[in-house]
Design a protein around this ligand. Sequence first.
Ligand code: CA
Length: 229
Amino acid sequence: MTNSQILLVEDEPDIALIIADLLTAQGHDVAIAGTGPDGHRAATDKRFDLLILDVMLPGMDGFALCEAMRKQGFDGGILMLTARSQVADRVQGLQIGADDYLAKPFDPNELVARVTALLRRVGKEQLTPVTRYQFGGVTVDFSVPLVTRHGASVSLAAKEMQLLRCLIDHRGQVLTREWLLTQVWRHQPFITPRTVDVHIAWLRQKLEEEPQTPKHILTIRGEGYRFAG
Ligand code: CA
């Protein structure tokens, strides 16, 4: 397996070096750009697996850079870094195509964990499409689509179905609310991480034997959700 290629666009040299050292120690190849336009050029010239974009950058901010890369068809992972932690900023980043979000200052272990998870998801996404899946008395046929529980048809709204598909395609992995938002609600305004929680609750009501103590759609405290088949 080749090393993951990561482009870090960060204008604060101290932070850039800390991040680069951390990720290099994990076996990744890290390139650094210090301005938005330099980052854009680097990401256009070479195929990276993951872009780590600071939001506040000279020349072109991280949001604009993220948006430009998605418009150019970049399909790797994008992790946004920012000093601001307002929900509005997070949602803005996710709506223009970022996969995940980390507020500064961050714990180095947290950064490494997010990068590892994101690289795994980016690499896995093409590998695990299932058309039919069974768990705990539930059968899902995504090709119809049709969901049955103990043989009886279960009615799922379109977003519930997309969310279930996302959970099943990434079964066993911890998925953050932010990432689930990008996958299921990408182009919709006025969404918040709470939207994910509400839909998860609905799915549990419809699919779990005991929705209050779910066995399949699990909450991972402080992180997000994990589907256990
Ligand atoms: Ca900055």
